[in-house]
Ligand binder design. Structure first.
Ligand code: GLA
Length: 529
């Protein structure tokens, strides 16, 4: 308890250092911060992951450490599906700091079977079979923040192998208890260890902005925390969340497909925020192309929280294939205008945030949001879902206290939604019981909930072992991966493949995040040729 408190206190102290750090690093940089000055995204280029910001759920914000168990995570996974969040693109779900493993005498990590009776691999399989992806948590230092779990320091390769064996798809790596460690070397080594483990994962760095990860982490992982924690477990803090948004927006030049600034898991739907504040925070996170990791109790959501978290028109801005992070264009203290977010169809997002009390009325001029003064434009309100226009020169908006006007502006009277992928499962399990050769099949159905028809998925032949072939059937929004296993000549034992498929977003021509799923084959006896 005392230790935990100390960890949290030192984290809040960091906020101050951090905000100073952000300012310092930006003022020291020669000229305006530009993504061209920074290392290319090496990691995402190779694994194709997180080319749009990852979406999912993590337990820390609402639950903290104690309540996390297999039962809870499974209930949350079910709620992700039944609430409609899975259909809106949320996929990653798993544990944060929650005593889910310890280190055994042979250096290997062991699942905590008291809390996770199926073991961490068993939980991963359960999550995958619901068409969701598995997220885990660890630390780059000697122990996690609460000191309750072992960190990876000195065990980088063993631990990343364990995460791969448990079939994690996303790993958040914290920076507690790392005194004396070089941050770039440490996270680079962890990236190397993840690659050596052979299972592509979204690598989420969590140094709360320490070491200015936006400058180097794109070469190692896919996202990095830019600030200290958004709240203490159980209670949202509006002022703190808003401060974090304003610190994070300054780093917009560093974000792009495969490398994202992470202003922390969301507090939408948590105690402490009003409906208007929930809507505003969600809009700010979408405008900043932030990872959308929900942090509330999904088993107990109001209709309004569900509607906010699943607003596809807002999510479309976050998940836009161009991956631009919006930022503040001007801020008069109470009112700020956010723009700098071109979208894949030629439209642009803009947001007015009013931190005052009564009502702000103002006019947005087209030049302020990236269009020409002479343009005649349609304006889509992403919360009322109404389109007005064409408007000449600009548009008038009225915004209430703590509220936003979240808009999409276009030359056309159409506002398409980019691809939002949903799979019925990410795990195909097959069993060959006899000794006679046979063909077994299992399918993965992938639906695009966005507006466009997708070209057929291309399966990476390098991801297919000789016993497995995959054909993609269907077209456009609904495509099915038909996996055929040929058992002839296989020896008794377990077989596993991780299939990778790639696609492009047809309107912008941009590559989409690669799709991965697992195929397990159990061969009960040796099979004749
Ligand atoms: C740090 C992280 C949080 C959470 C806790 C767990 O504070 O920033 O998001 O993971 O550790 O102890």
């Amino acid at each position: 308890m005392t230790l935990k408190k100390t960890a949290l206190c030192s984290i809040s102290a960091l906020l101050i250092i951090l905000v100073t750090g952000v300012t310092l690093s930006l003022t020291l940089a020669p000229g305006p911060a530009s993504a061209q000055n920074h290392p290319p995204r090496v990691h995402a280029d190779a694994d194709g992951l997180a080319l749009t910001p990852p979406m999912g759920w993590y337990p820390w914000n609402i639950f903290g450490e104690e309540p996390q168990t297999e039962k809870l995570i499974k209930e949350i996974a079910d709620a992700l599906v039944t609430s409609g969040m899975k259909d809106a693109g949320y996929a990653y779900v798993g544990q944060d700091e929650g005593i889910c493993f310890s280190r055994g005498p042979d250096r290997k990590l062991i699942s905590n079977l008291a809390r996770y009776p199926s073991g961490l691999r068993g939980l991963g399989d359960a999550i995958h079979s619901k068409g969701l992806k598995y997220a885990l948590y660890t630390d780059a230092g000697s122990k996690t923040c609460s000191t309750a779990m072992p960190g990876t320091k000195g065990y980088e390769f063993e631990d990343m192998r364990a995460f791969a064996e448990w079939r994690a798809d996303y790993i958040k790596i914290d920076w507690c208890n790392s005194e004396g460690q070089d941050i770039v070397k440490t996270y680079s080594l962890l990236g190397e260890a993840q690659r050596a483990a052979g299972r592509p994962v979204v690598h989420s760095l969590c140094s709360w902005g320490e070491g200015y990860p936006w400058k180097w982490a794109g070469a190692i992982g896919h996202m990095w925390r830019t600030t200290s924690d958004i709240c203490g477990p159980g209670q949202a803090d509006w002022a703190r969340a808003v401060r974090i948004a304003f610190a994070n927006e300054k780093l917009s030049a560093f974000a792009g497909p495969g490398r994202w600034n992470d202003p922390d898991m969301m507090v939408v739907g948590m105690p402490g925020l009003s409906e208007v504040q929930n809507r505003s925070l969600f809009s700010l996170w979408c405008m900043m192309a932030s990872p959308l990791i929900a942090g509330n109790d999904l088993r107990d959501m109001t209709r309004s929280t569900i509607d906010i978290l699943t607003n596809l028109e807002a999510i479309a801005v976050d998940q836009d294939p161009l991956g631009a992070q919006g930022h503040v264009v001007w801020n008069d203290g109470d009112v700020s205008l956010w723009a700098g977010k071109p979208l894949f169809d030629g439209s642009r997002a803009a947001l007015v945030f009013f931190q005052g009390k009564s009502k702000a009325r103002l006019r947005i001029a087209w030049e302020e949001v990236g269009f020409a003064a002479a343009d005649e434009l349609y304006v889509r309100n992403l919360w009322t879902h109404e389109t007005t226009g064409p408007h000449a020169g600009g548009v008038d908006v009225a915004v209430g206290g703590s509220d936003v006007a979240f808009l999409r502006i276009s030359k056309k009277n159409e506002f398409p939604i980019p691809p939002i992928l949903v799979a019925d499962t990410y795990l195909v399990s097959l069993r060959a019981a006899g000794s006679r050769p046979e063909k077994l099949t299992g399918t993965v159905a992938v639906t695009n909930k966005g507006g466009s028809d997708l070209p057929p998925w291309r399966v990476d032949p390098k991801s297919l072992p000789s016993w497995l072939s995959v054909a993609v059937t269907g077209a456009g929004k609904a495509q099915t991966f038909v996996n055929t296993v040929t058992t002839a000549g296989l020896k008794k034992g377990p077989y596993h493949a991780q299939v990778r498929a790639d696609n492009v977003e047809p309107v912008s021509g941009r590559p989409m995040s690669a799709l991965y799923y697992d195929v397990d084959l159990e061969v009960v006896r040796n099979v004749r040729k």
